[in-house]
Design a protein around this ligand. Structure first.
Ligand code: SAH
Length: 355
């Protein structure tokens, strides 16, 4: 599928033709990654952050937010809950927090790998190649680093680099792959200033980067950020023509999930929390029926979960309490799918190994 066709689909509004898109994505999902839905337990280990991302509620500039950093034992306890729930992976996520030292994270990763059968995914932002290498050696399996938008000017406006540094997530992703990580990236849909062409380029960049995991969610405005619904003073590139601005709608989120499945058939694609935030369980289900094959239940203890406030309402959906876990499983079975067993490693790796 080329850029022109992707843009046509992104602009498509005819329900019956869109049904064809959903069916094509769902068929490719079944043929390439099967009916298993893998559950990854998300642990939000720190909300400290040194960055000033214009879209994100835990940006350094948000002084209204109380900050936390979990203890090593606290994170390990959550990892053991993941095992009890039957998950194959934990995803450790945080703001970009130098207080999570290279040594501390390495110790945490190696303890989880020694004490549990879990795969470990890290999503700790832009870190030094030295840290990333040490964590891989400690046993980390996967790294998630969304490039957020492939439009360089928009990225720089929304995700300013630390003073004296360059933020090049694409280069970091290539470095991670070279270290032997399964690599994941992704983008937000409907960022202010994002055009349909930008979004098509995001999807093509997923393919070019040869990703194992691709996370897509609609941009959800946070009131305590420069992109708050009422604030028009936020940093952005010159506004596109109104007809070129991508809406941050649920529907647009599904289109990008479906097109991503078509363009990257072997990727693990979550039905993301951002998608589920829009209209709850129903949107998670639709994501799974339109290309996605992964769900990330949230294992963060409630007192921290509410403070990992990257966008509104995030702490309320897809929670891995016993009850929440049961609902997620029932939802998966209700659409004729199976809950995955084992680590749910990248099907791309198996395919590559089999060649
Ligand atoms: N600090 C890490 C983890 C980021 S939080 C990093 O920078 O990689 C995980 C993801 O949440 C981000 O990559 C971004 O895509 C998403 N996110 C942040 N703010 C958001 C918002 N307002 N709406 C939707 N998604 C958002």
């Amino acid at each position: 599928m080329d850029r022109t066709e992707i843009i046509e689909w992104l602009r498509e509004e005819d329900e019956s033709r869109l049904r064809g898109l959903w069916e094509r994505a769902d068929r490719l999902r079944r043929e390439n990654v099967g009916d298993e839905v893998h559950l990854r337990g998300l642990i939000e280990i720190s909300n400290h952050c040194v960055r000033q991302c214009a879209y994100c509620g835990i940006r350094a500039g948000n002084q209204a937010l109380e900050r936390y950093r979990m203890s090593l034992d606290g994170v390990l306890a959550c990892a053991h809950v993941a095992v009890e729930r039957g998950y194959g992976t934990v995803v450790l996520q945080s703001g970009e927090d130098p207080g999570l030292t290279g040594e501390w994270v390495a110790e945490l990763v190696s303890r989880i790998r020694r004490e549990t059968p879990l795969a470990v995914t890290l999503s700790l932002g832009e870190r030094s190649l030295g840290d990333l290498r040490a964590w891989r050696e400690a046993g980390a399996d996967r790294y998630l680093l969304k490039f957020e938008t492939s439009n360089r000017a928009l990225y720089d406006a929304l995700h300013p680099p630390l003073p004296g540094t360059v933020s090049d997530r694409v280069a970091l992703l290539r470095g991670l792959r070279g270290m032997g990580y399964e690599t994941g990236s992704g983008a937000m849909v409907g960022l202010p200033g994002q055009t349909f062409e930008d979004l098509a380029n995001d999807i093509l960049l997923f393919r070019e980067l040869d990703l194992d995991m691709i996370g897509i969610g609609p941009f959800i405005p946070h009131p305590l950020t420069p992109l708050a619904p009422a604030a028009n003073a936020g940093p952005r590139t010159p506004d596109p023509e109104p007809t070129d601005q991508v809406p941050n709608s649920e529907q647009m989120g599904y289109k990008v999930v479906a097109l991503t499945r078509i363009v990257c058939p072997l990727a693990n694609i979550p039905s993301t929390t951002a998608l589920a935030t829009v209209s709850g369980d129903a949107s998670r289900q639709l994501g799974l029926e339109r290309g996605a094959n992964v769900v990330m239940p949230n294992l963060t203890p409630p007192e921290y979960r509410v403070k990992y406030d990257i966008y509104p309402s995030k702490g309320r959906v897809q929670v891995a309490t016993e009850e929440g876990d049961r609902l997620i499983r029932e939802g998966i079975e209700a659409i004729g799918r199976k809950v995955g067993v084992g680590r749910g490693d990248s099907p791309r790796r198996h395919a590559a190994g089999a060649r």
